[in-house]
Design a binder for this molecule. Structure first.
Ligand code: KG4
Ligand code: ZN
Length: 360
């Protein structure tokens, strides 16, 4: 029998634990939600990044990722509860990333969340990873207000969404091939930079000339809000081959800067188009690539000119973390659209389009 509670708005303050394990970061956090619309408070969070472990392989090794989540997640839960000075019994619900992500990695977070919740007799809430990213700027010092356009740029996704409220997301456009983070990562690999490539390429780009190489801006004038980054990667490959294995640091830095400029220009121009198309005056940037300082700089400049407000998560909350999962679950509870479950059937959704997320 499936026992699913009827979603209801919060009647009293509630502590929500969030567990993120969709890829290469194990994140755990505790937030407190109040009845009403006040942004939930982050009480404690802990994160273990697997970057060092995957670096030797030049990318995420899914099996190793799952095993490491198994090692980390319970100690991180203990740490967070200890720091927040709350026993597990105080929890109102346990939220976990149900998808999208690596199936094995997701199963670890789901399994631990369900086991813990079953032992405590508390409900679990399966959360969408991208909803976490999308709402993460609410934990910043300058939280947005609904409605807004969201530019979601991570290692696996590049999407423009219209966001009218918690759970009210409409897809405006998305990548038809590689994600922006993938474009950073693959180009970085071609330049002989380590994993994760985005931050490494951004660091190298600081020393280069962004106009040194003429790289394509795919779909810039397509008239829609879709993206394509596969052609850019091929162009970078051609230039990297031309430079050869013994390319000097300046040439590599120039190629890094030119690559970053191409990605950033497309992201900025399409975001502006999305604002025009919706008539909205507010932009939220979230996901790992949102940590890119050049993207932030260019967006800020373009939006200042138009009187558009741009909101970002704190830098530390751009990449994957438990706080965004706990926050999104808490905001769903506040809005009365969370779906807390007591059946503990921890099915994960490795592929799960955000626009199909049910509001209620
Ligand atoms: O959101 P995230 O942590 O994981 C996913 O949900 O995919 O995003 C990771 C992506 C990676 O592709 C990484 O290279 C990119 O974000 N990234 C960056 C920067 N920091 C992380 N890309 C460009 N510049 C950065 N500073
Ligand atoms: Zn992510």
């Amino acid at each position: 029998m499936t026992l699913t509670t009827v979603p209801r708005k919060l009647a009293s303050p509630a502590l929500v634990l969030g567990i993120e394990s969709s890829c290469d970061e194990t994140g755990v956090a505790l937030v407190q939600a109040q009845p009403g619309n006040a942004v939930p408070t982050l009480l404690a969070q802990a994160l273990h990044s697997q970057i060092d472990m995957h670096q030797a392989y030049g990318g995420v090794v899914p099996e190793l990722a799952s095993r490491d989540h198994i090692r980390r997640v319970v100690p991180l839960v203990r740490q967070v509860m200890h720091e927040a000075r709350h026993p597990l019994a105080d929890l109102h619900a346990i939220a976990f990333t149900q998808g999208p992500g690596l199936a094995g990695a997701l199963l670890v977070g789901a399994g631990v969340a369900c086991a813990l919740a079953a032992a405590l007799g508390k409900p679990v809430i399966g959360m969408h990873h991208l909803e976490g990213h999308l709402l993460s700027p609410f934990l910043s010092a300058d939280p947005p207000e609904f409605p807004f356009v969201a530019l979601l740029v991570s290692g696996g996704h590049t999407q423009l969404m219209r966001v009218d409220g918690v759970g009210r997301y409409a897809l405006l456009g998305e990548t038809i091939d590689d994600a922006a983070g993938e474009a950073f990562d693959k180009s970085a690999k071609l330049l002989g930079l380590g994993y994760p490539g985005g931050p490494a390429l951004a660091r190298m780009a600081e020393f280069g000339d962004a106009e040194a190489f003429a790289l394509p801006r795919p779909l810039l004038h397509s008239g829609d809000l879709d993206f394509s980054f596969a052609g850019l990667k091929t162009a970078v490959l051609t230039q990297a081959n031309r430079l050869g294995k013994n390319a000097c640091d300046l040439n590599r830095a120039n190629l890094a800067a030119s690559t970053q400029a191409a990605i950033v220009e497309v992201l900025v121009k399409k975001s502006l188009k999305a604002l025009d198309a919706t008539g909205l005056q507010r932009l939220v940037v979230a996901g790992g690539v949102g940590a890119n300082l050049e993207l932030r700089h260019q967006l800020q400049q373009a939006c200042n000119k138009r009187g558009v407000r741009v909101h970002y998560p704190e830098l530390a909350l751009c990449t994957d973390n438990g706080a965004m999962v706990a926050l999104a679950a808490a905001m769903r509870l506040q809005a009365g659209i969370a779906q807390p479950r007591y059946d503990y059937a921890f099915d994960v959704k490795p592929r799960w389009p955000l626009a199909t997320l049910e509001a209620a």
